[in-house]
Design a binder for this molecule. Structure first.
Ligand SMILES: O=C(O)CCC(=O)C(=O)O
Ligand SMILES: [Fe+2]
Length: 280
């Protein structure tokens, strides 16, 4: 079966609501490969760090900038994905970074209300020509701390961010007002479902206190022309070398190289407050 394509109707929904979900944008076979690879990937587990929430619960995450030839790179570089992103951004896209979010049963931490551009603005990006894409690797639901969005909040523009508990979060005054007027949506996803969300949409997630993991792969994209004036890795303005849609299946269980440019604690100040060293 030919993979789903992102259509103008999807783009219209994205523009109106600040997000759109494409059911089964990636097939079961593709998700099985990506999830199967990631759970066995020693480089991923070695490069992952814990990100603490305000109650001390922790999400494991691994983040890298330049997409490689592994199964995750084929996912973030495939035509289906990049064409969708270029339709959203209205021009040539670069891959800013991808991260594997591992919210484990009982311990997976919460994320405070924020806009992704609330972080990225401080990384030297002048324009909100950026978008995040979340692929569900496991099912995500209310019980295991799925993403919540405030529908339409991207139209508020960038909101001030400060330290919220241990994390960087949006001004709660603005969030509370937004919640009085706009709908709060729990974005429940099945494996393979893909959420495209605007860099200025307010979102958060609750802790995973359930018995089930909630894993996702989140890729962030930028317009090639929106070059940061700070010292960000070059991936964010490098045109993506697109690959055909069948490249994911062809990559098979190919894991990531430990030469990939992973985020480490030292290079990213926005995470400094919240990173705890993995246990030895
Ligand atoms: O996956 C989540 O629960 C939220 C993650 C998120 O919003 C982020 O990493 O910016
Ligand atoms: Fe986010």
């Amino acid at each position: 079966m030919a993979p789903h394509q992102f259509t103008q109707a999807d783009k219209d929904t994205f523009d109106r609501d600040g997000y759109v979900v494409l059911k089964n944008f990636f097939t079961n076979e593709e998700v099985d490969l990506i999830y199967g690879t990631s759970t066995k990937d020693h480089v991923i587990s070695q490069k992952s760090f814990d990100f603490n929430d305000s109650k001390g619960l922790r999400t494991k995450l691994a983040l890298w900038y330049t997409p490689q030839d592994d199964v995750y790179g084929m996912y973030s570089r495939c035509e289906r994905m990049v064409n969708a992103v270029e339709m959203i951004l209205g021009g040539q896209a670069a891959h800013y970074h991808s991260k594997l979010m591992q919210k484990e049963p009982k311990v997976g931490g919460a994320w405070e209300w924020h806009q992704d551009y609330g972080y990225w603005y401080n990384n030297g990006f002048l324009f909100p020509d950026m978008v995040s894409v979340m692929l569900a690797l496991t099912s995500a639901n209310k019980e295991n701390g799925c993403l919540q969005v405030i529908k339409g909040s991207h139209k508020m523009g960038r909101v001030e961010h400060g330290i919220a508990g241990q994390q960087v979060g949006a001004s709660m005054e603005k969030v509370e007002e937004a919640l009085k007027r706009l709908e709060l949506v729990y974005v429940e996803l099945q494996p393979g479902d893909t959420l495209f969300f605007h860099c200025n949409i307010l979102h958060r997630s609750e802790a995973n206190l359930s018995e089930n993991s909630r894993w996702s792969l989140i890729s962030a994209y930028n317009l090639v022309s929106n070059k940061s004036y700070k010292n960000e890795p070059s991936s964010h303005y490098t045109p993506i070398a697109k690959v055909p849609d069948d490249a994911i299946v062809k990559a098979g269980m190919k894991g990531i190289s430990d030469n990939a440019d992973f985020l480490t604690q030292e290079v990213d100040s926005k995470f400094k407050e919240t990173i705890v060293q993995p246990e030895a």
